[in-house]
Design a protein around this ligand. Structure first.
Ligand code: CDP
Ligand code: MG
Length: 863
């Protein structure tokens, strides 16, 4: 148990004690009883017996290289030479020197915070320390990641390092995973663990929970910290201790340590000293709007003028990444072969392709446009003290023509969270010999993934945030300046292997005056309906008293509660049985309700398909990408015709965008029989990857439902016949039941003001809660029929407010399917609800009591 040689970086924190006056008391509520039995019968985890293990910073520890290709997927196949590379890299990680200290701290404390710069080895090493110390003997070591990418890639990496299969070190993300009964270390998204808490409040399967990337402040990680602050003492009380390790970059730790509602005794913080080399920051003199162009120019300059070393470029979203990657590839002539090699996945093919291409490129040394020639002699790398100086590399110079005088092609790779994982894995590999690596990424590369050998960072300083209006729920995407903290994280990526450089495409004045210190925690930026319901199901009665690291706005909680009441998931602040059923589905409550109702109507396969399709972005393409305008026109016509067919004909009009998706997916799955899916998608304007993703979601949702509803006899079959007329009517009613708080009514011509553009307003609707009109989106099938009442999936704002995912409904359905949103006067007049368009009233027979909400702007009354 000696601690020879370990560096002590521990910060002793004051241990002031809070008497717990504000702490919510769900310890004593039902959740206790729920889990009591399973907990008592569990063997006591032997965590206390294990203290500190021998230091293992010894070269002998490198395990023999055995490649077991049978239980590995091709994407994680590890060639022999790579194994030793991995082990060497591992031994260099700064965290290895801290192992004893970390393990000692963990054995002495229930909650420990490990803070260290990104890349210091927290995620990959700490689970292994725990494993070797015996924490996985009887129970599992659970590690949560806010991002799916990280959960998958880290489980693969750790399995590789430990030389075990993915049966032992596994991952589980919302709809996918490889966890087995033998799993010892389980990487999962934070949302997955939150669901597990719901079923097993004391998390009895685990001996340790590691909440990774806590500084990212994802909603679920925040909630888990709050829950675990209560679960850990409960487990201790029962003599079945659970350890909690919060891992974070060194950012804003006070939110966890100084929040006395969270931990009465502030947990100790262990700081891992990272081997971080100095990074020279270069600000632009001016800040330009077109940061993509700036990023392009800067990358080209770095590549053509500066010594070896990978380049990492930060832009805001998938589309920008793709655009920039394409442009760079084009400029450096690797594009054709890259595109080819991306199709097949074979390393040897790739290598020879690239080799040939290199030869060709070297011969040609193409002339390209771009910038003013820079005299190479003028350029020298600024010294480490030159922080915040302008360098010659500012790309604000005139754009002219120069010869790209590098002898190296640029190996350009995209990185964003929706990129398939085998594509993502490429960034961790050595670039082909004779090339320079350039990764164009969204902020996923900021902290969760560390790309090896990056020396130059190009930072647009921008980030894309999904804004939503806390009251109306209108969402919009906005590109804004990121925070100082995250800009510094980005810069830090350049100093992992050697002194590096970060080129900020904005001025130091903008940075100092406009950037916020930290990003706003996610919990304050999005609707909290799903977690509000989940917390209620866990008997957290007063959600506003929950020990959040940062509490959401009260308004957010209120809106969530009232929307859940409209759905019927809550009544008088208590979870209803419908609410419990809804919460079982791993989707948003409104979709959960659709699934719950479909079960009664035998419509599950259809609803599952609709829910899956609504959860995947960009299923129907808008513009064909072709060479000639002629071809594009033809394709567009063809797509249009197909979409009209999917929308139904004559009396069988399916009346809504979700229904078109349903038929499109069905059609694609039929085409799939002959292995012609991709061609079918291409010819009919469907995004091939979206269809595959929907198929996966459907299978997983179906399995999930089978688990929750044991008597259900639904089968997993991607093929789905078109719904009958009756079924499609029922489906629209089910959609209404889920989206009943999002009704819009057509604005009548006579209501239009003189000044308003009548043509555009043809598509204008009045939505509940919104003063401004909302519009049918360009691609909506309902633009032909313009139904009087619709429900929408989402309103988003660009230049105007548009409705997405629109379905036509009959107003008289409102009383039946969303009674909680109706004002009902008492006389019960008729058996069937009936809508009278003359006076805008619905007549119906109802019973029971109904909520106070109504549609103030819609002018619908129900009598
Ligand atoms: O969690 P933290 O940021 O502290 O570091 P980590 O994710 O454990 O990464 C430690 C090292 O492993 C980094 O230098 C990564 O480059 C490397 N790594 C890798 O090469 N391939 C992976 N799939 C994951 C990590
Ligand atoms: Mg990490």
């Amino acid at each position: 148990n000696s601690l020879v040689g370990s560096k002590r970086q521990r910060i002793a924190l004051s241990t002031s004690i809070n008497n717990g006056s504000n702490v919510i008391g769900f310890e004593s509520s039902g959740s206790d009883e729920d889990t009591d039995d399973s907990c008592v019968s569990d063997k006591k985890a032997k965590v206390d017996d294990v203290t500190v293990i021998e230091s293992k910073v010894i070269i002998d520890e490198v395990k023999p290289v055995v490649v077991n290709s049978v239980d590995r997927k091709p994407a994680v196949f590890v060639p022999v030479h790579r194994k030793s590379v991995i082990q060497k890299a591992r031994l260099k990680l700064p965290i290895l020197a801290e192992e004893q200290e970390i393990m000692e701290l963990i054995s002495q404390n229930s909650v420990v915070i490990i803070a260290g710069e990104t890349g210091s080895g927290k995620t990959t090493q700490v689970p292994q320390f725990l494993y070797e110390a015996g924490y996985a003997i009887n129970k599992m070591i659970g590690v949560t990641e806010p991002r799916r990418v990280a959960a998958i890639s880290m489980s693969q990496r750790v399995a590789e390092e430990m030389n075990v299969s993915n049966e032992i070190v596994s991952y589980l993300i919302r709809f996918e995973g490889n966890v087995t009964d033998n799993t010892k270390i389980k990487f999962m998204t934070d949302g997955v663990l939150l669901r597990e808490v719901q079923n097993d409040f004391l998390l009895t399967k685990y001996s340790v929970i590691i909440l990774d990337e806590a500084h990212e402040r994802s909603v679920y990680t925040d909630i888990l910290i709050g829950l675990l602050s209560r679960i850990v003492p409960l487990r201790n009380k029962r003599g079945n201790p659970l350890k909690l390790i919060i891992m974070s970059a060194t950012l804003r730790l006070e939110d966890f340590t100084e929040n006395l509602r969270l931990f009465k005794t502030p947990p100790p913080v262990l700081k891992v000293e990272a081997r971080q080399f100095p990074v020279t920051i270069h600000f632009n003199k001016h800040t330009f709007d077109n940061y993509l162009k700036e990023a392009y120019n800067k990358t080209v300059k770095i590549h053509t003028k500066l010594p070896d070393g990978g380049i990492l470029v930060f832009v805001t979203g998938q589309q920008e990444v793709k655009t920039l990657v394409q442009k760079l590839r084009k400029s450096f002539k690797l594009r054709r072969n890259v595109a080819k090699t991306q199709e097949h996945n074979s390393d040897s093919d790739e290598a020879s392709e690239i080799e040939q291409d290199l030869k060709r490129t070297l011969k040609r040394k193409k002339i390209r446009k771009v910038m003013t020639p820079v005299n190479l002699d003028d350029y020298s790398i600024p010294g480490d003290n030159d922080v915040e100086t302008e360098s010659e590399l500012n790309s604000e110079d005139e754009i002219g023509e120069i010869v790209i005088n590098t002898s190296k092609p640029l190996w350009v790779l995209p990185l964003y969270s929706l990129l398939p994982s085998y594509e993502q894995a490429k960034v961790f590999r050595e670039p082909p010999e004779g090339t320079r690596l350039c990764v164009v990424s969204t902020n996923v590369a900021e902290t969760s993934l560390t790309i090896p050998n990056i020396k130059y960072v190009v930072d647009s300083g921008k980030t894309k945030v999904k804004l939503y209006d806390k009251v109306t729920g209108v969402t919009s995407y906005m590109v804004t300046w990121t925070s100082k903290a995250s800009a510094n994280q980005r810069a830090g990526r350049a100093g992992r292997v050697a002194p590096g450089h970060c080129y900020r495409l904005y001025s130091s004045a903008v940075f100092n005056d406009t950037f916020q210190e930290f990003s706003v925690p996610e919990i304050q930026q999005k609707p909290v309906d799903d977690l509000y319901l989940q917390m209620k199901c866990m008997n957290v009665d007063k959600v506003h008293n929950f020990p959040f690291p940062t509490a959401p706005d009260l308004m957010q909680l209120k809106t969530a509660e009232s929307r859940l009441e409209v759905l019927g998931a809550l009544k008088n602040s208590k979870v209803t049985s419908l609410g419990r059923a809804i919460s079982k589905f791993p989707v948003l409550p409104r979709y959960g309700k659709m699934l719950a109702l479909s079960h009664q109507q035998n419509l599950l396969p259809y609803t599952i398909c609709i829910v899956a399709a609504l959860s995947v972005q960009e299923v129907l393409l808008e513009t064909p990408i072709t060479q000639s305008p002629e071809e594009a026109k033809n394709l567009r016509q063809k797509w249009g015709a197909m979409r009209r067919q999917w929308a139904g004909v004559g009396n069988s009009l399916l009346l809504g965008d979700p229904m078109v998706l349903l038929r499109a997916v069905g059609a694609a799955e039929y085409a799939n029989t002959d292995g012609k899916l991709e061609t079918f998608c291409l010819e009919n304007g469907l995004r091939h990857k979206a269809i595959i993703e929907i198929r996966k979601l459907r299978v997983q949702l179906t399995n999930e439902i089978k688990m929750n509803v044991p008597d259900s006899d639904i089968i997993v079959d991607p093929k789905l016949a078109p719904p009958s007329d009756l079924q499609s009517k029922l489906l629209r009613q089910i959609i209404l039941a889920g989206m009943g708080d999002q009704v819009a009514k057509k604005i009548k011509q006579e209501e239009l003001k003189e000044s308003e553009d009548k043509i555009k307003l043809k598509y204008a609707y009045r939505a509940n809660n919104l003063e401004e009109p909302v519009f049918l989106h360009q691609g909506s099938v309902l633009k032909k029929t313009l139904p009087e009442f619709v429900v929408y999936q989402e309103i988003y704002e660009t230049n105007k407010m548009y409705m997405r995912g629109v379905t036509a409904i009959e107003p008289e359905w409102l009383a039946t399917y969303v009674p909680n949103a109706c004002h009902l006067s008492d006389p019960l007049i008729e058996a069937e609800p009936r809508y009278d368009s003359n006076n805008g009233k619905i007549y119906c027979t109802v019973s029971g009591t109904f909520g106070p909400q109504a549609w103030p702007l819609l002018n619908v009354e129900i009598e």
